[in-house]
Design a binder for this molecule. Structure first.
Ligand code: FAD
Length: 426
């Protein structure tokens, strides 16, 4: 009898470059696949997740491999499926942050660690090839980047597809509850008309690299706040693993081979490395990623006035540049990097409100939410990370630089918006 594996999909909702699928096929396991409803808080996050799961499920269905979207907690459900189906191995993505790692450890404890095989498939670099222990990750990003550039540690893609994966019909555990694999077609609109799922991310690469060639000007446009092609928007697919950082990188290399490398294409790779940096940092600092005192364990005096916090969330602070960004986030689930830095600094440094409240709000709102990038960036902006400069963003000056003609603010502020006296436009 063939050995059986349960494929537990988390933030790796893709077929291409998926080491878990590759491994199952290479080792001739029969599989059943599960995903859980646990992702997403806002309607838009949930919709993006469900559509992405729906797409992958339909690919599995075409190959007659069972795939279920389940209600309930993985730590309760996965062991039941394993037991009822005599499953030999659970295959799943590993995690760099302690929160997800603890959930995984609970399953390893129930089943025995040897029955859970995990894959670090989120980063651009191959973590087995980095020439230092994670505890020795440099505190400064540039040092990390230079080490990566000197050593040959960018990961290769694996050639995973479903044609060589075998499915089996499972016994459904008693009381298992399924979510329908359909989506609410009424709420089509994701920000910038981005599409969910692996196909949506591949389409976006095609647009940003090949159709508009926008990546070739990325260094000049990346601070823009309004246009789709100001930046890649690939964080949306990366967040749920609909696309891998390696697939993006190798496509960029093809672009460079044909069109030549320039400062923009190089800068784009730096940004993907920032993402890796925050993942390794999360692994290095453990629970401090989520702690108010941060890496530096600073005892700053944070306030938590609920009215000021609500005004920040709702875009009602009276600071027009901040409010426009917060309204965009609330209405679409998106905010540019420039916006994120400014609103985070405004919350933590100007209002001096507990930054973890802001990070949690972002977690529940951003369509591209990624645990390590979100909490890591917040640590930095809040001044409890490893950035020795501890900068405060002057949001009025930033508005003058990045929205000189008010186009961005006009796009998002309501017509009856009431400006604060010292707001940038008064
Ligand atoms: P591009 O400019 O096209 O960059 C390409 C890719 O590089 C991005 O898709 C992303 O994967 C990576 N990248 C770029 N900038 C950063 C950065 N500063 N940190 C880590 N990776 C980066 N990014 C998330 O993906 N999820 C989050 O939850 C998230 N929360 C953030 C919270 C705060 C307070 C701040 C300041 C930044 C946060 N970022 C987060 C990082 C950054 O804002 C987004 O990655 C970026 O805006 C995504 O847009 P893009 O895909 O068009 O990026």
């Amino acid at each position: 009898m063939k050995k059986r594996a349960l494929l537990w999909f988390t933030r790796d909702l893709r077929i291409q470059d998926n080491p878990m699928l590759y491994w199952a096929a290479e080792n001739s396991f029969e599989v059943v696949a599960l995903a859980f409803e646990t992702y997403g808080n806002s309607i838009i996050q949930k919709e993006y997740y469900q559509r992405s799961v729906f797409e992958i499920e339909s690919k599995f269905r075409k190959h007659k491999i069972p795939f279920y979207l389940l209600k309930g907690k993985p730590e309760q459900e996965v062991p039941r499926w394993v037991q009822d189906n005599s499953i030999d191995l659970v295959l799943t993505q590993d995690s760099f942050n302690t929160r997800d790692r603890k959930a995984l450890s609970r399953i390893e404890n129930k089943l025995g660690a040897q029955r859970v095989k995990t894959f670090f498939n989120q980063t651009l670099i191959d973590i087995d090839k980095i020439p230092f222990e994670i505890v020795n990750l440099p505190n400064v990003f540039t040092q990390f980047r230079k080490i990566v550039e000197r050593s040959d540690c960018i990961g290769a893609e694996v050639s995973s597809d479903l044609s060589s994966v075998l499915g089996f019909s499972p016994k459904i555990p008693d009381g298992a509850e399924f979510l329908p694999l359909t989506t609410n077609s009424a709420s089509e609109a994701f920000p910038f008309n981005l599409k969910a799922g692996e196909s949506g991310s591949l389409e976006r690469i095609n647009e940003f690299f090949w159709q508009t060639n926008a990546v070739a000007n990325y260094k000049d446009t990346r601070n823009g706040m309004l246009a789709k092609d100001d930046s890649s928007k690939l964080s949306v697919g990366l967040g749920l693993g609909c696309i891998s950082a390696r697939t993006i990188y190798h496509e960029l290399k093809k672009f460079e081979d044909l069109n030549g490398a320039n400062e923009s294409t190089e800068w784009f790779i730096f940004e993907l490395l920032w993402r890796d940096y925050f993942k390794l940092l999360a692994s290095k600092i453990g629970d401090k990623l989520f702690s108010r005192a941060g890496i530096s364990q600073q005892t700053k005096s944070w306030t938590s006035d609920p009215n000021s916090f609500a005004a920040w969330c709702n875009g009602e602070t009276g600071a027009d540049f901040i409010d426009a960004n917060m309204i965009e986030l609330k209405e679409t689930g998106w905010m540019s990097n420039r916006g994120r830095q400014n609103v985070a600094s405004y919350l933590a440094k100007t209002l001096q409100i507990d930054w973890t409240l802001g990070a949690q709000y972002f977690e529940n709102s951003l369509i591209d939410f990624d645990t390590e990038s979100n909490w890591g960036n917040w640590l930095y902006v809040a001044g409890v990370g490893t950035d020795p400069r501890d900068r405060v963003f002057n949001y009025k000056r930033q508005a003058e630089m990045y929205d000189p003609d008010f186009a961005y603010r006009k796009a998002w502020l309501p017509t009856n918006y009431s400006f604060k006296k010292d707001s940038s436009s008064s």
